[in-house]
Design a protein around this ligand. Structure first.
Ligand code: GDP
Ligand code: IMO
Ligand code: MG
Length: 440
């Protein structure tokens, strides 16, 4: 831990294909944090936080906006849709959160309306090979960043540069959309300039060099939470390419996406759903077919926060979790949604794949191999007849059904990582905290 730090700096990263409950866990942990930092992705994310009877559904904003007094930082690795961010800010303030602590990196990139159109057009072009994106324009915005034509948030503060970039992008994107036979971009140089000036007025006060801000906070011994979006299996390099998002969702993304060096991240918490879900296309080895899959989807309320699409459901896959752990360096786990598995007689857990007659323990990079993979399961006993979450949480870990504790212990043993946080409901207080000395 850093000298003088009250608590370690902690990263929270999804261990599967997103929607593991990162928002809930970030909110739970940020009671003692000073800064909550998003480092990648954009408003393709949908993080749910339940506080009493209030439900916050955050997309582009860090979960830190729910508790007043925190700094909520959008790092340089994030892509920002300003129109939608402004709407989200209004909604959060209406729901009782606060954006006083919001800070946005001047190096973060913007998601433009034409990016959304291009996202839709690219998906259409791919036909049966469509990725199933959120159509939020995330991929095209990152494409512009990498090809060096994108708008950075800081450009809003530099009029001449802004005008120059607008002139280039309006004509370039019109040609591109025409080429793709897509819906035309109706903006003009003038209308886009006016719109972007509006963004400057609405957001300008939050723009700064967030790398300096976060590093200074770390120097002062403050507690920083890095809030991952999506999950390790949607990582552009290490996920199920091409069925991935366009950013680095794993550990390395924190450094490039915030300007904080690797040696400043003390702990990495893997957020692991007790079963598996994925939205959109791509392989899912432990997918549960038919009615049983629909039943788990219903029990877990597995519908996307951003697009409303039903999430495909499968049993827990430890080949996936191990891959995620290797890519992210999990030091411990937060296991979520264990309550959703109540009342099953048996719970299969995938420990390896059978590919072309051979057993494979490492997650393969080839999509066709993944499509040929069959799960090798260990079957654990389920737990029954338990519903009073509040009573269980009050009594602590020992009061959990013994079969649930066996399920948790099995995960810990297979992954060789402790499960420090156990989540058995969407609310803050439906959490069992097993953190040991190193957290204090
Ligand atoms: P995120 O994208 O990783 O933040 O996760 P989402 O918010 O997209 O999806 C997780 C869903 O599960 C949300 O509706 C949460 O309120 C809910 N949730 C989180 N933890 C638990 C839990 O332990 N049990 C139950 N039943 N729901 C949970
Ligand atoms: P949170 O942070 C689940 C998925 C999309 C699609 C793929 C690419 O809530 O866990 P994109 O729009 O990013 O180009 O889509 O990634 N996806 C998510 N799935 N949770 C998310 O975020 C996701 N963000 C993107 O469904 O398959
Ligand atoms: Mg989500």
């Amino acid at each position: 831990m850093r000298n003088g730090a009250i608590l370690p700096s902690i990263a929270i990263i999804g261990a599967q294909w997103g929607d593991e409950g990162k928002g809930k866990i970030t909110d739970y942990l940020d009671e003692t944090a000073n800064l909550i930092v998003r480092f990648q992705g954009g408003n393709n994310a949908g993080h749910t936080i339940v506080v009493g009877d209030k439900v916050f559904k955050l997309h582009g904003l860090p979960s830190g906006v729910v508790r007043k007094g925190n700094l909520a930082v959008i790092g340089n690795g994030v892509v920002v849709n300003m129109d939608e961010l402004l709407e989200e800010i209004d909604e959060v303030v209406r729901t009782g959160g606060s954006v006083d602590g919001l800070r946005i990196s001047d190096r973060a990139h913007l998601v433009m309306n034409y990016h959304k159109k291009l996202d839709g057009a690219e998906e259409k072009y791919r036909g049966k090979n469509a990725v199933g994106t959120t159509k939020k324009g995330i991929g095209p915005s990152y494409q512009d960043k990498i090809s060096r034509g994108g708008f950075r948030v800081g450009d809003l503060l530099e009029d001449d540069l802004l005008k120059e970039k607008i002139a280039f992008n309006v004509s370039y994107k019109k040609d591109l959309l025409k080429m793709m036979d897509a819906e035309e971009c109706c903006c003009t140089v003038e209308s886009l300039y006016e719109k972007m000036k509006g963004w400057r007025d609405g957001i300008g006060k939050y723009i700064c060099d967030t790398s300096v801000l976060v590093n200074d906070a770390l120097d002062e011994g403050k507690n920083v939470l890095f809030e991952g979006a999506q999950g390790a299996m949607l990582d552009i390099d290490h996920g199920t390419y091409p069925y991935v998002t366009s950013s680095s969702t794993c550990g390395g993304g924190i450094c490039t996406g915030t300007g904080v060096a690797p040696n400043r991240i003390d702990k990495t918490l893997g957020c692991l759903k007790a079963y598996t879900t994925r939205v959109g296309e791509g392989p899912l080895v432990t997918e549960i077919p038919g009615e049983a899959g629909t039943e788990l989807q219903k029990r877990g309320g597995e519908f996307g926060v951003t697009t409303g699409r039903g999430r495909r459901c499968g049993w827990l896959d430890l080949v996936v979790a191990e891959h995620a752990s290797r890519m992210c360096g999990f030091t411990s786990l937060a296991i979520t949604k264990l309550d959703v598995l109540n009342d099953y007689d048996e719970l299969p857990v995938c420990v390896a794949y059978e590919i072309d007659g051979k057993e494979e323990r490492h997650f393969p990079s080839s999509i066709s191999k993944l499509e040929r993979s069959k799960p090798i399961y260990r079957t654990l006993k389920g737990w029954k007849g338990w519903s009073d979450t509040a009573a269980v949480v009050k009594k602590g870990y020992d009061a959990l059904p013994s079969e649930m504790k066996d399920y948790i212990a099995f995960i810990e043993k297979e992954m060789r990582i402790p499960a420090d946080i156990i989540s058995i409901g969407p609310k803050r207080d439906e959490t069992i905290d097993r953190r040991r000395e190193w957290w204090n």
